[in-house]
Design a protein around this ligand. Structure first.
Ligand code: TEU
Length: 544
């Protein structure tokens, strides 16, 4: 069980309005009570914070915003004393433009680091080719100092490293080893399948560019990292791999340990995209969601390992996206149903801070409520420059899919700022902190928090949850997500109603529900029946 912390928004311990390492340490008891095993810490390294730490200017200094290296080591030691491991976030597809490596690289065309980034001459007086950035606009930025363009798949201030240069690779490996020698327990690896560039992406030919992901040397470089670093430590790794297929994932996350332990795939997170991607959001069909998640269950089974997630710091809150946050009853029920649907599958579940409380998207009413570089860049391109969306249409998309929905402060209690900070938070606290907060749930057996605790206990109790296979049921139904897991003569049946209305039309009688042992429900036993699923109901039954 991995719990992701976005440090800037988790707990402020100094009154600065910014979350920090001391704040995280102060909340370890809460995480221990939840029952998680591992913390994935989003970046806390030195950074100008253009992309909230995913633009690193020194891989081995702690950002003073979050504290000191001693604060980090205190957190690490305190977590280890509670049996909790810590993964750091490895962001090595790119650095900050303020990193000394880039400052040297841009200083001339023949310094020792001139080939540590991807520099190209102009083509016909403009960018080398038509590669676009994930954060809008061109992926090429002209640099006056050097008289060339450099590649940035993300923000202008995030120049891509040249992984084809062995000096770059070995500098990264050395840094990784020093973090492992400090005692960290592994890495989440940011866009690690982007580190190898297709020739068409980096050729100054005025061409259309090439895909960003799964380039020709991606596996070779990760296998080299494994040989040189990962295989020498008892650690855990998870690669963030946008655009990954199950075929590629069977290599990135191969059970033979040659690359990484698992990867984050994105297919289920893009199903509700429209013509302009997340900026024209729709509502995905349940049959599409079932097909995608079922495919990842069956096509990795026995060959590679799944990660399981609905949320992270880049995705909007799942209860608002796939559930119903319009009233308290529906919010609590659907949050629990979504948790059960995901956590009872095969793979390692990831809980994003606040997901265990059923935290919702935020009322981001205007750009002034936002902080995310991705939002600001998309506004400039889609609203101001290309006029493809009106301000209202764009802000509606931000409220549905903007990354800042996940970055409002953790809601600890109903006191000022939800107990996150005694200062002015760097981003507004969701006003619903008065009713949705940890303090109101920690001792409530009917809370979303208690339901996550129970799910975590179930995973540690029943091997079928960890090792079972996956059989989809009622695949064509647009409201019921049901599947069966089997392992060593034990079967687990999981039923989920992804709608706010009762469902009785799939014929459940063939499942002999009454003969199963009820492990979990988000209703009471006396409310549920064998012939229908109640609104947002989830039910898990064991047959042995
Ligand atoms: O995200 C990579 C990525 O694909 C994101 O662009 C994400 O899918 C998108 O923002 C969703 O709208 C990683 C980090 O998780 C993200 O926070 C960083 O901004 C990005 O890389 C650059 O480091």
């Amino acid at each position: 069980m991995v719990y992701q912390i976005y440090p800037r928004s988790f707990q402020d311990s100094t009154g600065s309005g910014e979350g920090d390492l001391g704040g995280i340490t102060s909340r370890l008891d809460y995480l221990w009570r939840l029952g998680i095993d591992v913390i994935w810490l989003s970046p806390v390294y030195a950074s100008p914070m253009i992309d909230n730490g995913y633009d690193i200017s020194n891989y081995e200094e702690i950002n003073p915003l979050f504290g000191t290296m001693d604060d980090f080591l205190e957190l690490l030691e305190s977590a280890h004393r509670k049996g909790i491991k810590i993964l750091m976030d490895l962001v090595v597809n790119h650095t900050s433009d303020k990193h000394p490596w880039f400052i040297e690289s841009r200083s001339s065309r023949d310094n020792p680091k001139s080939d540590w980034y991807i520099w190209k001459d102009a083509y016909n007086g403009g960018p080398p080719n038509a590669m676009g950035s994930v954060f809008s606009g061109s992926a090429w930025q002209y640099d006056e100092a050097r008289g060339q363009y450099y590649l940035h798949f993300f923000a202008i201030q995030q120049p891509d490293l040249n992984w084809d240069n062995p000096e770059v690779r070995h500098a990264v490996y050395s840094m990784m080893k020093r973090w492992f020698d400090r005692g960290v327990d592994g890495f989440r690896m940011d866009v690690i399948n982007m580190i190898s560039k297709f020739p068409g992406a980096v050729t100054a030919d005025g061409g259309n560019g090439a895909p960003m992901c799964n380039g020709p040397m991606a596996h070779e470089y990760i296998r080299e990292m494994n040989r040189e670093v990962l295989s020498h430590y008892d650690i855990m790794t998870v690669g963030e791999t946008p655009g990954v297929t199950t075929e590629e994932a069977r290599k990135y996350a191969a059970s033979d340990g040659s690359e990484l332990n698992m990867v984050f795939q994105f297919e289920h997170m893009d199903l509700d995209n429209g013509g302009l991607g997340k900026w024209t959001p729709g509502r995905c069909r349940l049959t599409d969601l079932k097909t995608v998640l079922g495919k990842w269950q069956t096509e990795l089974y026995g060959a590679a390992w799944n990660s399981l997630y609905w949320n992270n710091h880049d995705q909007s809150r799942v209860v608002s996206r796939f559930g119903d946050d319009s009233n308290e009853n529906a919010r609590v029920r659907s949050a629990k149903m979504l948790a059960a649907c995901l956590h009872l599958m095969q793979g390692t579940p990831y809980i994003y801070q606040g997901e265990e409380l059923g935290m919702t998207n935020a009322p981001l009413m205007s750009l002034s409520d936002c902080r995310d570089v991705e939002i600001f860049n998309a506004w400039r391109e889609l609203v101001e420059e290309k006029k493809l969306l009106s301000p209202e249409q764009f802000m509606d998309a931000v409220r549905k899919r903007g990354r800042d929905n996940a970055r409002t402060p953790m809601q600890w209690d109903s006191s000022v700022n939800g107990g996150f900070s005694s200062g002015t938070p760097w981003i507004g606290v969701n006003p619903n902190f008065t009713t949705i907060n940890a303090a109101s749930q920690a001792d409530d057996p009917g809370s979303v928090f208690a339901f996550y605790q129970k799910l975590i206990r179930l995973r540690k109790t029943y091997p079928v949850i960890v090792h079972g296979d996956y059989e989809p049921l009622f695949e064509s139904d647009e409201r019921v997500f049901a599947y069966r897991r089997r392992y060593e003569g034990v079967a687990l049946l999981v039923m989920c109603n992804f709608s706010g209305t009762p469902v009785s039309d799939p014929d459940f009688s063939g499942l002999n529900l009454s003969t199963g042992r009820l492990l979990l429900t988000n209703y009471s036993e006396r409310e549920i029946t064998d012939t229908k699923l109640l609104p947002w109901e989830t039910r898990a039954l064991l047959f042995q």
